[in-house]
Design a protein around this ligand. Structure first.
Ligand SMILES: [Fe+2]
Length: 185
């Protein structure tokens, strides 16, 4: 298939070490590229690209001593804008529900707090947060989408989410959770 989707996401961190530890050890992604950029205005930006596994990348810039860039800021886009914790988030492919379950187990084994599998009718997913407070998701499409799916309507009855599982309140906490600069560092 011709590629036309996301080449890379560009995110920001204040703690590159923790970010590298998380994306390489917890998610198992490989570092594909590193460089140090020297902005004209001064300071340094360390730059890392992680390969998600199929050639799509997630990159992080870590600014240091850049004039006009605060030494501390919220790296979680939702917290930065006082929005609900599930608004801005990034979802990555898995190919099957079995793989989603494996990802969930692997993250749990590595000490990452992760939700149960959410059932959105046409897709299933799990949610967790990176050390920068960003909400991440692994997602699998479980049925073909048709014309009816394109119609805007209330589908809350179809979106069973965690289906009233006893751990739902804790999992919803992960989704709505707030990070802070201190938590992100
Ligand atoms: Fe999502």
């Amino acid at each position: 298939m011709k590629r036309a989707g996301v080449h890379h996401l560009g995110l920001v961190t204040l703690d590159l070490e923790r970010t590298i530890e998380f994306y390489t050890n917890k998610l198992g992604w490989k570092i594909a590229w590193c460089d140090m950029m020297k902005p004209l205005a001064g300071g340094v930006v360390k730059h890392v690209f992680f390969d998600t596994g199929d050639g799509c990348f997630v990159s992080f810039m870590c600014p240091d001593k850049m004039p006009n860039v605060p030494a501390e800021f919220s790296t979680d886009l939702n917290t930065a804008q006082n929005l609900p914790g599930f608004f801005y988030h990034f979802a990555f492919w898995v190919d099957s529900v079995e793989e989603l379950e494996e990802k969930r187990q692997s993250l749990t084994d590595k000490g990452v707090e992760v939700t149960g599998i959410g059932d959105h009718d046409w897709a299933k997913s799990i949610y967790f947060r990176d050390p920068n407070g960003m909400l991440l998701e692994y997602c699998v499409t479980v049925r073909p989408l048709g014309e009816e799916d394109q119609v805007m309507r209330d589908r809350s009855a179809d979106n069973r989410m965690f289906g009233g599982h006893p751990d739902s309140p804790r999992w919803m906490q992960i989704l709505s959770g707030r990070s802070s600069v201190s938590a992100a560092r």
